[in-house]
Design a protein around this ligand. Structure first.
Ligand code: GLN
Length: 191
C-alpha cells in the first residue's frame, strides 16, 4: 500500500481523500501533525487559502519537516493554494512559503471568486479526451525556471507543471468525478 497524505489544515481535504480512496493500492491519510509527515510516502497539499495554510504550517511547526522531506524526494502535489505554497516566488509578495519549486506564481490571477470557471480540455501527457478543469480564485504560473516541465496551458497561461518529485496544478481535479490526475500522480511519481 502506498500511503498518500493530504495536508489537513484547511481547504478541500475530504475531496482528495475520497479520490485517493478509489485508487487501488493507495491508503489515504489525513495529515494534521508533523510526526505524520515521516509516516507517509507522498503528500497532496490541497486548495484553500494559501496564507492561512502557510500560517498554520508555521504555527504547528510543520513547515521545516515538510520542506525537508520534499527536498529529499518525497512526491508532492499542490493543487491551487497548494501550488502557491510550493512555489519559490509569489508575484507581488516579498516572501514565499515552502520555496521548493522553481516557479513564480500569480495569486488570484483570474480575479475574484466571480472569476472562477470550468473548461473541458485534454492534457496531452495525461489524456487525449477533454476533462473538466475547475478553477476557483486560481493562480497561474508566470515564469518557470530550470528543471520545470510545463504540463498544461489554458489560454496561453501555465496551469500545470512538474519538477522532479513535485507536481502543481492551478485547478481542482478533486472537485470533479474524474480520477485521471490522481492516477497520474500515483503512477508517475511513486516507483
Ligand atoms: N486564492 C487562493 C490563494 O491565494 C487559492 C484558491 C484555491 O486554492 N482554490 O491561496
Amino acid at each position: 500500500m502506498i500511503k498518500v497524505g493530504v495536508l489537513d489544515l484547511q481547504g478541500s481535504v475530504i475531496e482528495h481523500i475520497e479520490m485517493l480512496d478509489k485508487i487501488e493500492g493507495v491508503q489515504p491519510v489525513r495529515v494534521k501533525y508533523g510526526h505524520q509527515i515521516d509516516e507517509i510516502d507522498g503528500l497532496i497539499i490541497p486548495g484553500g487559502e494559501s496564507t492561512t495554510i502557510g500560517k498554520l504550517l508555521k504555527a504547528f511547526k510543520m513547515d521545516s519537516i515538510l520542506k525537508d522531506r520534499i527536498e529529499k524526494g518525497m512526491p508532492v502535489w499542490g493543487t491551487c493554494a497548494g501550488m502557491i505554497l510550493i512555489a519559490k516566488e509569489i508575484d507581488g509578495e516579498e516572501d514565499a512559503h515552502l520555496k521548493l519549486m522553481n516557479i513564480d506564481v500569480k495569486r488570484n490571477a483570474y480575479g475574484s471568486q466571480l472569476g472562477s470557471f470550468v473548461v473541458e480540455e485534454s492534457i496531452p501527457e495525461i489524456c487525449n479526451e477533454p476533462i473538466p478543469l475547475v478553477f476557483i480564485r486560481a493562480p497561474y504560473i508566470e515564469t518557470i525556471g530550470n528543471g520545470v516541465k510545463v504540463i498544461k496551458k489554458v489560454d496561453g497561461k501555465i496551469v500545470a507543471a512538474r519538477e522532479r518529485n513535485m507536481l502543481v496544478t492551478s485547478f481542482h481535479p478533486e472537485l470533479t468525478d474524474n480520477q485521471l490526475l490522481h492516477k497520474y500522480f500515483i503512477n508517475s511519481f511513486f516507483s
